[in-house]
Design a binder for this molecule. Structure first.
Ligand SMILES: Cc1ncc(COP(=O)(O)O)c(C=O)c1O
Length: 651
């Protein structure tokens, strides 16, 4: 699709295989056509080479026995896969999974037999460039510079998932932080260097990238032998060469830097700190207000770090928290970064938008410009709250972003993505130091990143996955008039869910108290419940767990016996804060759970509303209404069973 074209309303009908497999003929046509096409490609490579497998081979008993064995196992696989979770169904509102977009599924299936390996263009002459272009498509969605002819163009690549993209963010931020110190120690002449190690370790990311660019220009101007010597001299001082222990031994006033993240941050951050050797103790979890990062608490932490000369590596903001779908104040975090950099405490800002990243399409016009809050809000009841709009508007000012095409991008697993604002920083991750980047402009950019394996955490990786992402973004450009139509539906579903939850609370009021603990920022909505008259959090938790028993994946039971799929999470007083915990406990008529108690947290239901057919206009069905009817019946059933049990015990 060309930029500027708008998707017709009924075009969405062709986007997915569909809950009923409605688009089976379309998918079949695509698969057959492109499988044949692949076979002709094989034959046309050197048509003069005769078939190596004899034409009568299929009649041989060994062939037939092999085919039978293969069929047997494939039938067994197909049979067991019937126990899979029905992500495609609007009755699935559990975790972050749904139906797959047909362009991506077809592109992936079509590419698989070519088996490209995106580690480099030698193994993937076509799909490696698609991966780099997919990175630019995502960069544009976030408001980064996406023109490879510009020196400060962004760069993005795919990863196996959000977890690995978060590792890449840590790796890049650490490289960028420590590189100016290496330049100082190597005594590189003629380029203005920071006065001391603390200043070198505390540069703002923009300054560090500028310094790196100055060094690259200086190096390029040296004769080849001097260039090699200087390069080796700087390499010897880098944190990547010395390791953390060696580096900090050499620079005693410096300490390992902290990573600041909200308590709601995904556990991949803890894993990443361990993996990089920074240590889990260096991950400082900041408190929340209403499950959104408390920017004032972050400011207080930054002041302490500045006072104590404690370096900060990264401040992480989450755009769509895993458990609650809430959006952190990205704008306040980048403002804090700029203000603190001016006072001598530089650090990078990374946004973990693994979940909420594709919601950014709602905020983009087809020409790439940002939409106002009124424009975005035109089609919704309350979305986006002013602070949510401000957070999305600030994405272009951040240093790097994680986004998962395999979540709200509706693509097959194996597609996370890491995007950084200024690609020049990536030179620091190159496995073979390529400081002298001899190729400006778009061609140089593409030529460099076709050697993708140099820059990414993985080695061999799927080119088919890259084709899926690239083709999907071409069919559905990442703006509100195209791809944005999908997340728009999910936001409408979340608003309908929120409204219906209030009706449900009134409906079950005699039996139980129910509330949505936070105004949803996106399309993940939680529901807290407590049997009427109960004040004990342990009993409320047992009640919600019993409700969830009917909603959870249970491979031991036939799928068809399940009415709906949902998930659970918990509210912890340490994460929520005493005031918020009290507010929610009051709404539920509970004594608030407290750390150290038997029930030190509150179990709540969690619903991911990403299925495009939750509000089925064709048949006039709201699966959201049906879900709440089901839930009301379960509440009634559970409480009457409890009542009978109590009566039986008393008798
Ligand atoms: C906010 C956030 N970050 C990171 C991740 C990790 O992503 P993945 O499971 O793709 O590795 C998730 C997964 O749910 C997430 O919600």
């Amino acid at each position: 699709m060309e930029t500027g074209e708008v998707l017709g309303r009924r075009a969405l009908d062709a986007c997915f295989l569909g809950p009923y497999g409605e688009n089976d003929t379309l998918l079949e046509k695509l698969v057959t056509e492109f499988l044949r096409d692949h076979v002709y490609w094989r034959r046309n490579f050197h048509p003069e080479d005769p078939p190596a497998i004899p034409t009568r081979a299929a009649q041989h008993p060994d062939y037939q026995a092999f085919e039978a064995r293969m069929r047997h196992e494939l039938h067994a696989l197909s049979a067991s896969l019937k126990k899979s979770v029905p992500f495609h169904s609007p009755r699935y509102i559990g975790h972050m999974a749904s139906d797959l977009l047909l362009p991506g599924l077809a592109a992936q299936m079509l590419t698989l037999p070519y088996n490209p390996n995106n580690v480099s263009e030698d193994a993937a002459p076509v799909t490696v460039e698609m991966e780099v272009r997919a990175g630019l498509q995502l960069a544009r969605m976030f408001g980064y510079v996406d023109d490879p002819a510009r020196a400060d163009c962004a760069f993005g690549h795919l990863t196996s998932g959000g977890t690995l993209a978060n590792y890449q963010a840590l790796r890049l931020a650490l490289s960028l932080k420590a590189f100016p110190v290496a330049l100082r120690t190597a005594c590189v002449p003629d380029i203005a260097l920071p006065d001391d190690d603390w200043q070198a370790f505390s540069l703002a990311p923009v300054e560090a990238i500028e310094l790196l660019a100055r060094w690259q220009r200086w190096l390029a101007a040296q004769p080849p032998s001097a260039r090699r010597q200087w390069q080796a001299r700087v390499e010897a001082q880098r944190i990547e060469t010395l390791g953390l222990a060696g580096f900090f031994d050499r620079h005693p006033p410096l300490r390992p830097p902290l990573v600041l993240a909200p308590v709601t941050a995904h556990y991949s951050w803890s894993k990443g700190m361990k993996l990089l050797g920074l240590g889990r103790a260096q991950l400082e979890l900041l408190p929340e207000r209403g499950m959104r990062l408390d920017a004032d608490a972050m400011q207080a932490t930054l002041e302490r770090c500045l006072r104590e000369r404690q370096p900060v590596l990264l401040a992480v903001a989450v755009l769509g928290t895993t458990e609650y779908g809430t959006v952190d104040p990205v704008d306040r975090v980048v403002d804090a970064r700029d203000a603190m950099a001016a006072r001598g405490l530089g650090f990078s800002v990374h946004v973990d938008a693994a979940w909420g990243g594709y919601l950014a399409t709602l905020f983009r016009n087809p020409d790439g410009s940002l939409r106002t809050r009124a424009e975005v809000g035109g089609e919704f009841a309350a979305f986006p709250l002013p602070q949510v709009h401000a957070a999305f508007a600030a994405l272009g000012r951040t240093d790097s972003i994680t986004v998962d095409p395999h979540k709200l991008g509706y693509l097959p697993y194996g597609t996370g993505a890491f995007v950084c604002r200024d690609h020049r920083a990536m030179a620091l991750l190159a496995e073979q130091a390529d400081y002298v980047f001899d190729g400006e402009g778009a061609n140089g950019y593409m030529a460099r990143y076709r050697r993708l394996g140099q820059f990414i955490p993985e080695g061999s990786k799927s080119g088919a996955a890259a084709a899926a992402v690239y083709v999907t973004h071409r069919v559905l450009p990442l703006d509100h008039a195209n791809f944005g139509r999908l997340p728009a539906q999910t936001i409408r579903a979340a608003e309908a869910f929120h409204a219906r939850a209030r009706g449900f609370a009134a409906e079950v009021a005699g039996m139980a108290r129910a509330c949505v603990p936070f105004m949803p920022d996106s399309n993940l909505v939680c529901l807290a419940l407590n049997p009427a008259g109960n004040r004990d959090p342990a009993r409320a938790n047992a009640f919600v767990r019993a409700l969830h028993d009917e909603l959870r994946c249970d491979p031991g039971r036939p799928l068809q016996l399940k009415e709906f799929f949902g998930s659970i999470t918990t509210l912890r007083p340490e994460a929520l804060g005493a005031v918020e915990m009290q507010r929610i406990a009051d709404e539920l008529g509970l004594d608030p759970p407290a750390p150290g108690d038997d029930a030190d947290r509150l179990v709540i239901l969690r619903h991911t509303l990403m299925n495009p057919y939750l509000l089925d206009a064709e048949n006039g069905i709201s699966y959201i209404d049906r879900y709440f009817d089901f839930l009301a019946a379960r509440v009634r059933g559970l409480l009457s069973a409890e009542g009978h049990a109590t009566a039986a015990r008393a008798a």
